[in-house]
Structures are given as structure tokens and as C-alpha cells.
Design a protein around this ligand. Sequence first.
Ligand code: ADP
Ligand code: MG
Length: 240
Amino acid sequence: MINFENVHKAYGHHEVLKGIDASIDRGKVVCLIGPSGSGKSTMLRCVNGLETYQSGRITIDATLVDTDDASIHDIRTRVAMVFQRFNLFPHRTALENVMEGPLYVLRQDRSDVRDRASDLLNRVGLGDKLNAYPGSLSGGQQQRVAIARALAMQPTAILFDEPTSALDPEMVGEVLHVMRGLAEEHMTMLVVTHEIQFAREVADSVLFLDGGRIVEQGPARDLLHQPRHERTRDFLRRVT
Ligand code: ADP
Ligand code: MG
């Protein structure tokens, strides 16, 4: 469903992605792991057009991710992103945050949007926080609002960029729980994470990125239990 073919990306003279080949199949969870600075966020950002790439191809359902406005709009309505720092609108309630995209980007009917937003907040366990402002919510709750907001766009895939890294440890579980639920419902997900245990339990496959190259990719079981490359072994030793 999401395909990278020999994707190169540089910031100025600094080449950050050095020929990425990868594919994420529909309904699968792929975890992207690797050291800080290896290009994980850049890879995600190229998928939904937050960054442009210089060569190669990224396709989503066979549609080329291009940089013209129409293409970007199309991609953003189909692929949602959840960030490390929740990026909620501080002056809007949880419900209003979730309604924003369907109302103003998809231009759907307000009362339908409200009903669905409220269902989604229920689903992430925040049915009693519809009218709360982000500032009054914990980090874990804010991240669950952000996930509900992503779902409200009825995306075909969700990209997660270290969704639990900014959270206090006791809040990591509630966010992973919601993500596990999405995986069980076969949402297509590309997840940058340092939660190796989560990757072990939930990922169908894992990509290990180092220095802008995919060093190793394969089924989560194989890669996380019997990595073939020394660099992968090294990384896993350090994060687990
Ligand atoms: P990761 O998410 O794996 O930590 P990133 O994709 O954020 O890695 O960054 C990869 C490399 O690209 C790093 O060396 C980083 O400093 C550089 N980089 C990231 N964003 C920018 C930017 N907007 N401008 C210049 N360099 C950047
Ligand atoms: Mg990053």
C-alpha cells in the first residue's frame, strides 16, 4: 500500500535518506526502528508530503506522492500522522480538535462530524473528556485525542512518529493499548518507536534504519529475535 523505491532525500548537501526501498502492505503494522538521526522522521514526513524527496518514488495505493498542492491535499486526506508532541489546538476542546479535519478539510456535515468525533473519543477511552481542553489533560490523554483526531479523517494508513516518547512512563501503556486495538482492526500503520516490546507483540514486520539506509528488514520475530546484522544487534542491545 505504501511503497518506497530508491528514495533519496537531502537537506542541502546532507544526504539523509540514501536509497530507501520498503513496502507496507495494507492492514499491516510496520515498526521503523533505528538510532537517533538515522532518518526515521524524515522517512515518515516524506510519505505525507511534509518533506520533499529528490529522487526515487513513494507511492500510496499506486498514487505518486508529489509536491503539487493537489497531490499533497489528496495524500493528507488519506494518510494521517500522529506526532511525538500531540500538536493539539490548545484553545479547542478535545471534541473540537477531533472535528477540525472532517469539518474544514473534508467539509463534512457538522452534526455527523460531531457524532463521529464523540464516538472516536469514546473508543480511545475519553468519553468523559469531550469538552476538556488539552491543557487540562495528561500527556497520555492528549495523545489519545491525537489518535482520535487522526482516525476522524478515516485514513487508509496512520503514520506514528515516536508516539510515546514524550510521555511519562505510566502513560505509555494506555497509548500502546489504543494502538494495539487499531492493529487488531487491521489499520495500516507505520510506527517509529523505541518500544521494542510493542514491536515484538504488534508489528508484522520491522525496518531497521541506520545512517539513512535500511540495514535490515523482515518479520518482527526474525529481526528482533535473531537480527542478522551486527549493527542491528548492537542497536537492540542498547535499547532493550
Ligand atoms: P530520526 O527521526 O531518525 O532521529 P531525522 O529524520 O529527524 O532522524 O533526521 C535525520 C537527519 O536529518 C539528522 O542528521 C537531522 O539532523 C537532519 N535533519 C532533520 N530535519 C532537518 C531539517 N529540517 N533541516 C536540516 N537537517 C535536518
Ligand atoms: Mg525522529
